[in-house]
Design a protein. Sequence first.
Length: 198
Amino acid sequence: MSDTANNPFLTNRFDDALAYASRIHRAQIRKGSGIPYISHLIGVAAIALENGASEDQAIAALLHDAVEDQSGRARLDDIRMRFGDQVAQIVADCTDSHTEPKPAWRSRKEAYIASLAHKPPASLAVSLADKTHNAAAINADLHEAGSQVWSRFTGGKAGTLWYYRALADAFLSHAPGAGARRLEREVAQMEHLAALLG
């Protein structure tokens, strides 16, 4: 049975989703590191929960990259069967491409940013948690590795800075609150570190 937004407790559904996410992403590592990819998914779920997520949102946070990284539409159908329509809808809303090969990076990101104005609040909250965790990871890497971090990203330094600034502004507009302000702080720090490191 699906959790409600007012129920602060996680059930066996969350446990099952965590095991499922670990299984399907087991071979992946974080970009430019040896860190298992599951660390990102757990981090996104943690931020979502800290921002007040329901169990469905927390499950979707664990699975938000499953469609993009692991078998596309077939994976989304499996998520719907296992975890329900609400989780599947949030995961679909967090996916910036359902096709292979993916469209060009810049046009894909522009389309995703534009789409945020039309996403339901439940999906925005999970996407916000994802972008917040990514921004924090970039900042941590900039502190440790310096400007070489930008080479990990398709958009390079300029494209990555543009994307995260556009995301921060979009979330402040379409999902205002503490979560959006947290992302804004991470992006401001990213911009500061980029200027500092040259």
